[in-house]
Design a protein around this ligand. Structure first.
Ligand code: HEC
Length: 108
């Protein structure tokens, strides 16, 4: 139910910033919902299921999105046990970051 809502919202969201052709934003979106959506709001609206986890659409306000790539490759471990350590494949990172960028108004 939630997932269907999320997908509907995502499809409705305009994406004016086209990513490079080898990057798959749609895969990034599915990945985010699947692997991160348990705690983070991964869509254009809504609060995070886990209140402490920043919504993905706000990450660009606090982080350089490209700078997250390194952390994701090595395993982001936040000083909070509730943020599990994630080690992502390069392809997963590209797609995920492209998707996160597509959520920010300036697309960065
Ligand atoms: C089990 C819950 C959970 C899952 C699943 C989860 N996160 Fe988080 N995440 C958190 C929490 C809680 C915080 C905030 C930690 C804090 O501020 O101490 C966080 C913070 C973050 C941050 C900010 C890092 C920082 O230094 O503050 C990023 C980026 C992030 N998560 C990315 C991801 C990505 C990408 C995924 C999926 C691959 C993911 N998270 C999955 C709970 C989760």
């Amino acid at each position: 139910m939630l997932l269907a809502l999320f997908l509907a919202q995502s499809l409705a969201a305009a994406q004016p910033h086209l990513p490079p052709p080898d990057v798959d934003v749609a895969k990034g979106r599915v990945f985010a919902a699947d692997r991160c959506g348990l705690c983070h709001a991964t869509g254009p609206k809504g609060a995070s299921p886990l209140r402490k986890a920043p919504p993905f659409r706000d990450l660009h306000k606090r982080y350089d999105i490209d700078g997250l790539a390194e952390g994701l490759a090595e395993g982001i471990g936040v000083g909070d046990v509730r943020m599990p350590e994630h080690v992502l494949k390069p392809e997963e990172i590209d797609n995920l970051l492209a998707y996160i960028k597509s959520l920010s108004p300036r697309g960065r």
